[in-house]
Design a protein around this ligand. Structure first.
Ligand SMILES: Nc1ncnc2c1ncn2[C@@H]1O[C@H](COP(=O)(O)OP(=O)(O)OP(=O)(O)O)[C@@H](O)[C@H]1O
Length: 305
């Protein structure tokens, strides 16, 4: 076992750790994936993984290539079904919370059992390199985020248009509203996918490499937006490769490690998880942690071992 701190609760084994809820704005334990297991083609990809993302906080899902970050997000989003385990959400906004009390003692909703439309009102997922080959305008693509909020037969309302435009403005892409999505650059598409997720007005936002394709200013703007959403009470779980960006913006981090199957080796506040004792064995690098002169947040540099 890697000893870093009690709070980070690090384990080397396949049974993983749970990030502590952040102090403050919201109560409850947010999103909890418990003992999630998934195999494909006879290969165990995720082995009894536990991940908690507290509400009102940004949780970074970290780990080298192929450790199962995207898979875990897809399972939590309900795009794929796990072979075992449970994914639940602290039940505050639901009219009919179900399930057993969760880690916080509050009633929890079983996300995997939730009807599709209700889950779409609850969870938004921005996939890595999500393709949109449909010949639709940017505004129409963002309006798709409103679909779970209106009756099946109704078209988008004035309110839906207002919300979609506000979402585009928030990601700095209102000027693209009339463009066809297929004509956009990778970074422009990334913003549009984010705007569609915002228009969904979710309680949980799952992001797979949200800064992929973005220039440095756009990366910072995206992560600032993600932090704002968390402050507004959204539970954010974001797979990230850039550990310094994670250190600068996440409250919590969960680190998946390679091995026979992906498993959690560390979880907790970023200050306690993004340390050489955790990162170096997982990524096979030598990490130096510096301090940002203005923000005081950790800045990580890496060398080959
Ligand atoms: N449908 C599938 N069929 C076969 N193997 C799969 C499938 N989906 C995922 N895998 C494998 O599962 C492992 C985890 O993949 P996943 O994309 O979740 O990793 P990741 O941590 O997100 O990787 P990256 O950082 O490179 O994006 C990989 O070895 C991948 O090849």
């Amino acid at each position: 076992m890697t000893q870093v701190s009690d709070q980070a609760r690090l384990e080397a084994g396949p049974r993983s750790t749970v990030a502590e809820p952040s102090a403050g704005r919201t109560s409850g334990a947010g999103l909890a994936a418990e003992r999630v297991r998934w195999s494909v083609a006879g290969r165990l990809i995720l082995d009894d993984v536990d991940v908690t993302a507290p509400p009102g906080a940004v949780t970074g899902l970290l780990g080298p290539n192929g450790t199962g970050k995207s898979t875990l997000l897809r399972l939590v989003a309900g795009v794929q079904r796990p072979d075992g385990g449970r994914v639940s959400l602290a039940g505050t906004a639901s009219p009919d919370p179900v399930g057993a009390p969760g880690p916080s003692g509050a009633a929890r909703e079983d996300l995997l059992a939730m009807p599709r439309r209700r889950r779409a009102r609850t969870v938004a997922f921005v996939e890595q390199d999500a393709a949109t080959e449909l010949p639709v305008t940017v505004l129409d693509a963002v309006l798709l985020g409103r679909t779970p909020h209106r009756s099946l037969l109704a078209g988008p309302s004035e309110d839906d248009h207002t919300i979609a435009r506000a979402a585009l403005e928030r990601v700095g892409a209102l000027g693209l509203a009339d463009r066809e999505v297929t004509t956009l650059s990778g970074g422009e598409r990334q913003r549009v996918h984010m705007a569609r997720a915002l228009a969904q007005a979710p309680r949980v936002l799952l992001l797979d490499e949200p800064t992929n394709h973005l220039d440095v200013a756009a990366q910072l703007a995206t992560m600032r937006l993600v932090r704002e959403l968390a402050r507004e009470g959204v539970t954010v779980l974001a797979a990230l490769h850039d550990l310094s960006l994670a250190a600068a913006t996440c409250d919590h981090a969960v680190v998946l490690a390679p091995g026979a199957s992906g498993h959690v080796v560390a979880a907790g506040p970023v200050e306690q998880v993004l340390v050489p004792e955790v990162i170096d064995p997982v990524y096979g690098v030598r990490t130096t942690v510096l301090r940002h002169p203005r923000t005081g947040r950790p800045v990580l540099t890496f060398e080959e071992r």
